[in-house]
Write a protein that binds this ligand. Structure first.
Ligand SMILES: *[C@@H]1O[C@H](CO)[C@@H](O)[C@H](O)[C@H]1NC(C)=O
Ligand SMILES: *[C@@H]1O[C@H](CO)[C@@H](O)[C@H](O)[C@H]1NC(C)=O
Ligand SMILES: *[C@@H]1O[C@H](CO)[C@@H](O)[C@H](O)[C@H]1NC(C)=O
Ligand SMILES: *[C@@H]1O[C@H](CO)[C@@H](O)[C@H](O)[C@H]1NC(C)=O
Length: 507
């Protein structure tokens, strides 16, 4: 055999180092398929499952396989008599050898579903998957009577550290005290408090204050939960405004009261829930919204080596540091590309700093580093940024969402000082330490994928209600001025709830 010229050999070697060994083509039967969307009794607005492509050498693929568009999912009713509308999305390629499969059912089936996962004409893994009915769709009101069983079905985590922590301040909850205090302290004109009572799995509420439009978000998730599982009888106040409200300390008299909010802060005691943003997008995924916890995973832009090596930010002017970002970006365009897309709080700055064009969120991931700077409170984009494959540079912040406790600086993201004084230095660090930066980005993404699975949001909500209910020292009641929040009628679809026992109506 003729010897290759030295330079060519070297080039080949370099190429091999850069791209790893060439990947073997996909083996359909060896590939792996798993996830909640393959279980009939995990009812979610959008059902989903995962696929890991495995090569014919038995190794997991770590990038998009050649012919990745060959993966396909076909879902049919088991009974030819039950024609149902099911919207099946194209597989989401997560660019790492895994795919996310999604479908939304618009009707329920009694007999069951057949899910075929194909690679070309070949069945993948154990396909076809048979989901024995009934398989309910989102709007079927059919709550599981046994919350324990429901949580088990969803594989809810046994511990949610943030919930444990939030309730530490509230070993018992004095409803009477709350009834006396909340309207006085928070129910004024500028109030954003919604008072809920859940009784016999029905939801009642009244609003305190003017700024309670966002109750549509708390309504929709409570209704969605009540369709799936029997909720405890419980009475509570949700703060639908931005800021957490309860600033009393545990050792003060009177002590703090457990308001429920979407955002927490180090100097407040509010019990927190997943934000309305990720909750609403989970409920409306594959119809109203384009950016949700699942869709984002298949839209993370070019692969790491092809991303622009700059830190990136676009957003509104809801905090001064965001304006500083733009200033920094002007002075250091080689490190940072930042722009304000809308002015409200600092309108006088628009002339000076200019307005950047709106950009689709998916396009953020053309950049290697994403800057996360608080808005009014925590920036609710953070979950989506973490689900991308860019490195997140996160501003230190007293504000947090429900999943932050599971994330560690330098493992899942790179921290930056609140006043941004070290931002440029951190960007430089990332550019000079590409392997490490990539590793942190990956670790953050994998952890976020696990924490932010839509079914886990349901687990979280349920757990908060349950903890709250356990601690109440008196019985919840329907109060003056409360109205029933009705389940949305869904008379266009089939849904025959085959409950084991009828609901208790006697209480
Ligand atoms: C292959 O992928 C699956 C699913 O992502 C994972 O559980 C398994 O550990 C991987 N195997 C190896 C050898 O990395
Ligand atoms: C990077 O981009 C180039 C040009 O578009 C493309 O040929 C190459 O496959 C990309 N690399 C990866 C790893 O995606
Ligand atoms: C930024 O904050 C740090 C503390 O985190 C402080 O030491 C530093 O002086 C501040 N820098 C500026 C420019 O304000
Ligand atoms: C379904 O309900 C809507 C209002 O809730 C009503 O206007 C419509 O006529 C109903 N359709 C059927 C087929 O009953």
């Amino acid at each position: 055999m003729r010897r290759l010229p030295r330079a060519l050999l070297l080039l080949q070697l370099l190429l091999l180092v850069a791209t790893g060994t060439p990947e073997a083509p996909v083996s359909a039967p060896w590939s792996l398929v798993w996830g909640p969307g393959l279980q009939a009794d995990v009812v979610l607005p959008v059902r989903y499952f995962y696929l890991q492509a495995v090569g014919s050498d038995g190794q997991n693929l770590t990038g998009s396989p050649p012919g990745q568009t060959l993966f396909k999912v076909i879902i049919k009713s088991l009974s030819p008599k039950e024609l149902v509308r099911i919207h099946v999305s194209k597989p989401l390629d997560r660019n790492d050898g895994t795919f996310l499969m999604r479908y939304r059912m618009y009707e329920s089936v009694n007999e069951g579903l057949k899910i075929e996962v194909l690679y070309g004409d070949e069945h993948v893994a154990q396909s076809p998957y048979i989901l024995k009915g009934p398989v309910y769709h989102e709007y079927c009101e059919c709550p599981e009577e046994d919350p324990q069983a429901w949580q088990k079905t969803l594989s809810c985590p046994t511990k949610e550290p943030q919930i444990e922590k939030d309730f530490l301040s509230f070993p018992s909850i004095n409803l009477q005290q709350m009834l006396n205090e909340v309207p006085k302290r928070f129910g004024d004109e500028r109030g954003a408090i919604v008072h809920y009572t859940i009784l016999n799995n029905h939801i009642y509420r009244r609003s305190l204050g003017k700024y309670t439009d966002f109750k549509m978000f708390s309504d929709e998730i409570l209704l969605s939960l009540a369709r799936k599982v029997l909720l405890p009888d419980v009475e509570f106040y949700i703060n639908v405004g931005d800021w957490p409200l309860e600033h009393r300390k545990v050792n003060e008299t009177p002590g703090p009261i457990p308001l429920i909010s979407w955002c927490g802060s180090l100097d407040s005691r509010d019990v927190i829930l997943p934000t309305y943003d990720i909750t609403h997008s989970t409920l409306e995924a594959m119809r109203g919204v384009t950016n949700d916890l699942l869709s984002i995973q298949g839209n993370t832009g070019p692969s790491w080596i092809n991303k622009t090596e700059k830190a990136f930010f676009r957003g509104r002017d809801s905090r001064e540091e965001r304006l500083q970002l733009v200033q920094l970006s002007r002075e250091n365009p080689q490190l940072l590309d930042a722009g304000i897309t809308g002015y409200f709080f600092f309108q006088e700055k628009e002339k000076e700093l200019g307005k950047a064009k709106l950009m689709g969120f998916f396009d953020f991931f053309k950049y290697k580093y994403q800057v996360n700077v608080d808005g009014t409170v925590a920036a609710y984009r953070y979950p989506y940024l973490m689900l991308g494959d860019s490195l997140v540079l996160k501003q230190d912040s007293p504000y947090y969402e429900h999943f932050y406790t599971a994330l560690t600086p330098w493992i899942h993201y790179v921290p930056i000082k609140r006043n941004l004084s070290d931002l440029l230095e951190k960007v430089k660090w990332a550019k000079e330490n590409d392997e490490e930066a990539k590793k942190i980005a990956k670790e953050g993404q994998l952890t976020a994928r696990d924490l932010l699975q839509p079914h886990r949001l349901y687990c979280y909500y349920y757990r908060v209600l349950q903890k709250y209910a356990e601690r109440q020292s008196s019985k919840p009641e329907i109060r003056d001025g409360m109205e029933l929040v009705p389940q949305p009628g869904d008379n266009t679809s089939l849904c025959q709830c085959l409950l084991k026992k009828p609901l208790r109506e006697d209480l």
